[in-house]
Design a protein around this ligand. Structure first.
Ligand code: SF4
Length: 515
């Protein structure tokens, strides 16, 4: 049986975890065992089957390399997660959000992992009592409204274990949003089962943030997994790490972003690799990353990622996204945008049919108004044309009426990724407090604010900067002024040795300059 046909439990059991098992597939490198004694290996048969040749992007992400033991520069915990943990396994860095670690096991052990110090170590297993302590901490703090459940990989828990924690989190009144960070859709897509999804859909608004790094990870299985998640009304986001020799190329990144869009996955972060010990060989030069980013092709109606450095020392994510423009939309792109004032069944059907007949691979509806027509047929119709996105134009929290909420929920339940395009209007919503309330309201409705349009760069940046640190990165829109995408520059100094960055609190952090 090939890896692709096994169930997820068998795949995990059949994983390559030692040199004897590895030697059944490839000649084992001298010293490889030394590496895995320090940093565990797990390559499940599915992920192993994606390797086309030695040293390709899949190989580099999964195979132990002696260079992991030769990194003199990195540190075990570059983001100071342990220091920011008031109880073990819970990181509380931003006032309204926490990171709750529920497992230290993963579908594979990525060689570049930020939590290399923990993952896969049998002596660092996360116990149920520890997670319960974390949940108690959350319960006692009303300011926490957003919980990111992570690990390791939370989806390595079985359904009952997962339900046990989700149930307790859901009962906490002030927790408004749950997010699960998991690499399973990419590294073990067989874990996405109907049973898991019927469990997860009980906990909306629930988001899944996944992690693809290379188009070689797009397979029939990973597409199916993402499609099942999206169909369950769970918004999918992606965080990619820029890795030397894996994806540090414009062509690879463009293919990655397009592939994510086609699977209804929102690319929302591209990370500069962290300063984790054992990963120096993966780190790219910051300027090189910025150059790659500038040359990526984004689309004015689809979500684009932020390029960020997670500040060494726990300063949080600092955007270093360069200023860029949307490329002209050309026919080969087969992304069709429909500008519709409202959704009327017959008109929508004919527009969708035309778009598909013209070869549309992705359809985006820019929707002017949200009306509750009680026409269930519309939601069924949308489902037949996936991947289909809807962008709304909500600009004020008062617009989030009960009717609007009901319609928006129906769109989400139909598996449509929802974005918002906020127009900044003087006297209407040019107050950061208004936008903050709007952004929170949208997130509760499973809507991600993609773009903020402003006439003035200064006013737009005031709003964007007020959102930094206030809400999750997936809720911070990109600023558009005219036809330019404006990104605040947080690099305050650059020398031949270091780059100084300023975080949302005005504190400075240092990252090495490799150029
Ligand atoms: S799946 Fe995530 S947590 Fe696990 S090893 Fe890979 S990067 Fe690290």
């Amino acid at each position: 049986m090939s890896g692709k046909e096994m169930d997820w439990g068998t795949l995990l059991r059949e994983s390559v975890a030692n040199m004897r098992q590895l030697s059944l597939y490839y000649p084992v490198e001298k010293d490889a065992a030394k590496v895995t004694r320090k940093y565990p290996m797990r390559i499940n048969p599915y992920y192993l089957s994606l390797i086309k040749e030695r040293e390709d992007a899949i190989w580099k992400q999964s195979m132990p390399d002696i260079m992991e033991l030769e990194d003199e520069e990195g540190v075990p915990d570059p983001l100071h997660e342990e220091k920011d943990s008031p109880v073990s396994g819970l990181v509380h860095r931003y006032p309204d959000r926490v990171l709750l670690l529920v497992s230290n096991r993963c579908a594979m052990y990525c060689r570049f992992c930020t939590r290399k110090r923990r993952v896969g170590d049998p002596f660092k297993r996360i116990k149920k009592e520890q997670v319960l302590q974390g949940i108690e901490y959350i319960r006692e703090r009303e300011e926490i409204r957003d919980v990111l459940i992570s690990g390791g990989d939370p989806l390595l828990l079985n359904d009952d274990e997962l339900a046990f924690f989700l149930e307790r989190l859901k009962k906490i009144k002030h927790v408004e949003v749950l997010r699960i960070g998991t690499r399973v859709p990419c590294a073990l897509p067989q874990r996405i089962t109907d049973a898991l999804l019927s469990l997860l859909r009980r906990y909306h608004p629930l988001y899944i943030n996944t992690h693809f790094n290379h188009p070689g990870e797009f397979t029939e299985e990973s597409r199916k997994a993402c499609s099942m998640i999206a169909d369950a009304g769970i918004p999918l986001g992606d965080q990619t790490v820029l890795l030397k020799g894996v994806n540090d190329s414009v062509d690879v990144m463009n293919a990655l972003i397009r592939g994510l869009w086609s699977m209804r996955v929102t690319p929302y972060y591209i990370y500069q690799a962290d300063l984790t010990k054992g990963t120096k060989h993966f780190r790219t030069d910051v300027d090189e990353g910025i150059e790659i980013f500038k040359r990526l092709k984004f689309h004015p109606s689809l979500p684009m990622p932020h390029f960020v450095i997670d500040a060494p020392g726990g300063g949080g994510k600092i955007p270093i996204t360069p200023e860029c423009r949307f490329y002209d939309v050309i026919n080969e792109e087969v992304i069709v945008t429909l500008n519709l004032k409202s959704l009327e069944y017959n008109k929508l059907k004919s527009e969708l049919e035309d778009a598909r007949d013209n070869g549309a691979a992705i359809i985006v509806i820019e929707l002017g108004e949200i009306e509750d027509k009680e026409d269930k047929g519309i939601y069924e119709l949308l489902k037949q044309y996936h991947p289909i996105y809807i962008n709304m134009h909500l600009k004020h929290p008062d617009e989030l009426t009960e009717d609007v909420k009901r319609v928006v929920s129906m769109f989400s339940d139909a598996g449509v990724p929802l974005g918002d395009r906020i127009n900044l209007i003087e006297g209407v919503n040019d107050d950061p407090r208004v936008i903050k309330e709007l952004v929170h309201g949208l997130l509760k409705l499973r809507v991600k604010p993609y773009y903020l349009h402003a006439d003035s760069e200064e006013e737009g940046l005031t709003i964007i900067n007020s959102l930094r640190g206030f809400t999750s990165g997936m809720a911070v829109p990109h600023l558009i002024v005219g036809d330019k995408i404006i990104c605040p520059n947080h690099i305050v100094e650059k020398t031949s040795e270091k780059i100084m960055l300023k975080n949302y609190q005005g504190m400075t952090f240092e990252y090495p300059n490799y150029s």
